[in-house]
Write a protein that binds this ligand. Structure first.
Ligand SMILES: Nc1ccn([C@@H]2O[C@H](COP(=O)(O)OP(=O)(O)OP(=O)(O)O)[C@@H](O)[C@H]2O)c(=O)n1
Ligand SMILES: C[C@](O)(CO)[C@H](O)COP(=O)(O)O
Length: 224
């Protein structure tokens, strides 16, 4: 089985704000994209890496020192960016792990969980069970409690047999919030694998500090 990682980094990061898109802003001395790429580049089971970039950000320097990596231009939506990367992989690998460049703290354990599940099933993705009580609000007040049973928070990398996820994208060119949703629309069953609280997506301003704390604690453990 040949496995590729497809890292999407072509968004503009409007919710996080800042002088440049969130995936290029300084994070623990590097960038979120650097840490996301490193997690897969260092993984012995990953044979190929595709980094999907906004056309304004394309620079060959980004993959210097990463012989397995290839750069592809992204699209106007996350789904369009993923589809561009998938097309570049067509016929080259059997399975693909699709990951947000905005999730810099993904661990080897989370990646391994998805890879292991793909030996048994066509699609698998990490998630974390919702443990907090959930409320629906109305005008700033609690309108009702929402049952949390069976609810999960979706994460990446979302893993697929390449033929299946390519077929799902071709059948649903309108896209979806993520690839699990597209795969399900195309009729594929998706297994849930263990996610991690640390595998946050940098979405808002405060997420940078949280990601730096997680990366700092991890590097401290690795060198100490
Ligand atoms: N056209 C797009 C939109 C998103 N992404 C990528 O998809 C991941 C998750 O998307 P999200 O967090 O929504 O990123 P943005 O679209 O950049 O954020 P925002 O919605 O706040 O603008 C990010 O790594 C982002 O770079 C992408 O490659 N191409
Ligand atoms: C793919 C994803 O990261 C799963 O949590 C998510 O769908 C990305 O986009 P969002 O706009 O923040 O929901």
């Amino acid at each position: 089985m040949k496995i590729a990682a497809l890292i999407v980094a072509a968004g503009r990061g409007l919710r996080a704000g800042g002088a440049q898109p969130k995936q290029w802003q300084p994070l623990a001395g590097k960038s979120s994209t650097f840490f996301a790429l490193r997690a897969f580049a260092d993984h012995p089971d990953i044979a190929h890496l595709v980094l999907v970039l906004h056309p304004d950000d394309i620079s060959a320097d980004l993959t210097t020192g990463l012989p397995k990596a290839q750069i592809v231009a992204g699209g106007a939506t996350r789904s369009a960016s993923v589809f561009a990367g998938l097309q570049a992989l067509d016929g080259r690998v059997d399975q693909v792990l699709i990951h947000d460049a905005a999730r810099p703290c993904v661990s080897r354990q989370v990646i391994d969980g998805v890879i292991a599940a793909l030996r048994e099933t066509v699609a698998a993705a990490p998630a974390v069970a919702v443990v907090d009580a959930l409320w629906r609000s109305a005008g700033g007040h609690v309108a009702e409690a929402v049952p949390r049973d069976g609810l999960f928070r979706a994460q990446t990398p979302q893993g697929f047999h390449l033929d299946a996820i390519l077929a799902a994208h071709r059948a649903h060119p309108d896209g979806a919030a993520d690839d699990v949703e597209l795969a399900r629309r195309a009729g594929f069953d998706v297994a849930i694998t263990p996610g991690s609280e640390d595998n946050l997506k940098i979405t808002l301003r405060d997420d940078f500090a949280r990601a730096e704390r997680i990366l700092g604690a991890r590097d401290g453990h690795q060198t100490g």
